[in-house]
Design a protein around this ligand. Structure first.
Ligand code: ATP
Ligand code: MG
Length: 477
C-alpha cells in the first residue's frame, strides 16, 4: 500500500490509512473529499467499523483519473450513481460523487441522481441524522443535522421533515427500525409517527430491498424488541406476521398472545447463543409459530390446540423467505428448524437419532450444527411459555448431551455413513446392482438405530448376511 500517515483529527478519530490516502489524493488533485456515513457514526460510538466510504466533489471520471495516477486500481462499481471503488493496498474504499437522489427501487441505488458540489447537500439526502455526518482528518466533523447529539442521546431521527423523507422512500421506514435495533436507540417521536404512517408505503418497495433490510434487522440480534415496538412497520414488511398479533393462546402452556411469545423466543434465542445466533436460527425464531393462527382447534374445556402448526408455519415461512429473496443457504436450515421445533424428543438414543436423521433429511449435511440450534430453539420456546412450563428448557440439556455423544461417536445418519458399502452388500448377499442393495443398506441403518447391531463393519456384515435377504426379498418400498 502507498505510504500514508495515520491521520488523527481533533475528535480523536483516526482515519484508516486507506481512506486517508484516498482523501489526500483527491484533494491534491483539487477536489474536496470527506469520510461519510456508517464509518463516522460507528467510530464516534467507538464501535467496530467494517468499511469506509468517501464522498467527493470530483465527478467519478475525474476522481478515478486522480486515483489511478497515484497508482491506485479503481473499479467502476456504480458509475451511474457516481460510485467507484478504489482498492488501496487490497482494501476497497467506495468513492461517491456528492449527489442528491431521485426515487429508489433497488437496495442501494436511487434510480436517478443529480451530482452536486457541496458536501452539505449530499448529507441532506441521507436518511437519519446519525448517518448524515461527514468527517475529515484535518477539518474534523461536519454535522449539519445534529447527528452527534442524537448519538449521545440515543435517538434515531430523520434528516429534515420525517414525513417527507419516509414518503420519498418507504424503505427508510425499515432502515429507521433497523438502526434503532442495531444501536439500541429509541426513535424520536415525530420520526416514529412518520415510520408508522408510511409503513404501508412498503407495498411499493421491491421485495428484495425489504428482504435485505429485514435480514439486516435480524442480524442485530434485537428482532424481538423490534417485533414488540415496531408492529406497523414489520406487519407491512411481512403481512403474515400480523395474524399472530393479539391471537390468544388459551392453553395452560402459554401466558401471552402468539406474537408476544414469538418476541420472547427471539430474545431467548440470543440469550442461549450468547448473542451469536445464526441468521437461519433467527428466521426460525421469528417464523416458528406463524402458522398457529391457521391451526386453532378447541378441545375439552375450551382448551386451544394448534395441531399441525409446525408444518403450516414451515409452509408460510417458505413463502415469506422466497418472496423476500432470502438465500436458500439460509432458508433451508431455517425451514428445517421451524418444521422440527415442536417435535417431542425423548431422552433415549433412538429418539435423538431420529431427530438427527430428520434434520439431515430436511437440511442435507447440516444436521450436526443444526441439532444444537434446534436445542437452542427448543429451550427458547420453553422459556417463552407460561412460568409452569419453562422447566422444559432444562430438560433440553439432557437431549443436547445425548445428541453430542451420538455425534461424537459418529452415529450414521444415512446409508452412505455406514461402515459398509453397496459393494460389500453385493458381495455378502451375492446380489447384482439394483434397488435391493439400497434396501439392505437402509435396513442395516435402521437396525443400528434400534440398537440391534453395532456400527462396526464386521458386525454389520454379519447382520446383513443374516437379514439382508429378508429385506431384499420382501423388500419394503
Ligand atoms: P452499515 O454499517 O449497515 O453498512 P451504513 O450507514 O453504511 O451502515 P448503508 O446502508 O451502507 O448504511 O448506507 C450508507 C449510507 O448511505 C447511510 O449511512 C446513509 O447515509 C445513506 N443511505 C443509504 N440508504 C439510504 C436511503 N434509502 N435513504 C437515504 N439515505 C440512505
Ligand atoms: Mg455501509
Amino acid at each position: 500500500m502507498p505510504d500514508a500517515p495515520r491521520l488523527r483529527s481533533p475528535d480523536g478519530l483516526a482515519a484508516p490509512p486507506e481512506a486517508g490516502f484516498v482523501l489526500r489524493t483527491l484533494e491534491d488533485a483539487g477536489h474536496s473529499a470527506w469520510v461519510v456515513g456508517g464509518w463516522v457514526r460507528d467510530s464516534l460510538l467507538g464501535r467496530p467499523v467494517h468499511d469506509v466510504d468517501v464522498a467527493t466533489s470530483a465527478r467519478w471520471e475525474d476522481g478515478a483519473r486522480a486515483l489511478r495516477a497515484a497508482g491506485i486500481p479503481v473499479v467502476e462499481t456504480g458509475t451511474a450513481h457516481g460510485t467507484v471503488t478504489a482498492v488501496v493496498g487490497g482494501v476497497p474504499v467506495e468513492v461517491t460523487t456528492y449527489r442528491v437522489d431521485g426515487a429508489y427501487s433497488d437496495a442501494r441505488h436511487p434510480d436517478a441522481v443529480r451530482f452536486v458540489d457541496s458536501v452539505d447537500d449530499d448529507l441532506a439526502r441521507r436518511d437519519l441524522t446519525v448517518n448524515a455526518m461527514a468527517w475529515h482528518p484535518e477539518r474534523g466533523l461536519r454535522d449539519p443535522f445534529g447527528g452527534r447529539d442524537d448519538l449521545a442521546r440515543g435517538l434515531v431521527r430523520a434528516v429534515g421533515d420525517p414525513d417527507a423523507r419516509m414518503a420519498e422512500d418507504a424503505l427508510r421506514v425499515l432502515r429507521a427500525v433497523r438502526f434503532s435495533a442495531r444501536l439500541g436507540f429509541s426513535v424520536e417521536p415525530a420520526t416514529q409517527a412518520a415510520v408508522d404512517a408510511h409503513a404501508p408505503g412498503l407495498r411499493h418497495v421491491s421485495r428484495e430491498r425489504i428482504g435485505s433490510e429485514l435480514r439486516a434487522l435480524l442480524a442485530t440480534g434485537r428482532g424481538g424488541g423490534a417485533l414488540r415496538t415496531q408492529r406497523p412497520a414489520l406487519f407491512c414488511a411481512v403481512p403474515e406476521l400480523a395474524a399472530m398479533d393479539g391471537f390468544p393462546q388459551r392453553t395452560p402452556y402459554h401466558s401471552m398472545d402468539v406474537l408476544g411469545h414469538v418476541a420472547r423466543v427471539m430474545d431467548y434465542v440470543e440469550v442461549y447463543t450468547g448473542g451469536t445466533a445464526t441468521e437461519h436460527l433467527r428466521w426460525a425464531a421469528l417464523l416458528h409459530d406463524v402458522g398457529k393462527p391457521d391451526r386453532l382447534t378447541y378441545g375439552p374445556e375450551d382448551t386451544a390446540h394448534f395441531f399441525g402448526h409446525p408444518a403450516r408455519s414451515r409452509d408460510i415461512a417458505r413463502e415469506v423467505m422466497a418472496r423476500l429473496a432470502v438465500p436458500r443457504a439460509v432458508a433451508v436450515p431455517a425451514l428445517a428448524l421451524v418444521r422440527l421445533h415442536d417435535r417431542p424428543v425423548a431422552d433415549d438414543d433412538r429418539s435423538v437419532t431420529s431427530i438427527l436423521r430428520d434434520l439431515d433429511r430436511l437440511a442435507p449435511a447440516m444436521a450436526p450444527g443444526l441439532f444444537f440450534e434446534l436445542m437452542a430453539l427448543k429451550r427458547a420456546d420453553a422459556a417463552g411459555k407460561a412460568p409452569a412450563y419453562r422447566g422444559y428448557a432444562v430438560e433440553v440439556d439432557a437431549l443436547e448431551a445425548r445428541g453430542r455423544a451420538l455425534l461424537t461417536a459418529g452415529v450414521p445418519l444415512r446409508p452412505s455413513d455406514l461402515a459398509v458399502s453397496g459393494a460389500d452388500v453385493m458381495g455378502a448377499l451375492g446380489l447384482p446392482p439394483g434397488p435391493a442393495v439400497g434396501r439392505a443398506l437402509r435396513a442395516a441403518l435402521d437396525a443400528v438405530h434400534r440398537g440391534e447391531v453395532g456400527p462396526g463393519r464386521d458386525e454389520l456384515l454379519r447382520w446383513i448376511e443374516e437379514h439382508g435377504d429378508d429385506s431384499s426379498v420382501c423388500g419394503k418400498p
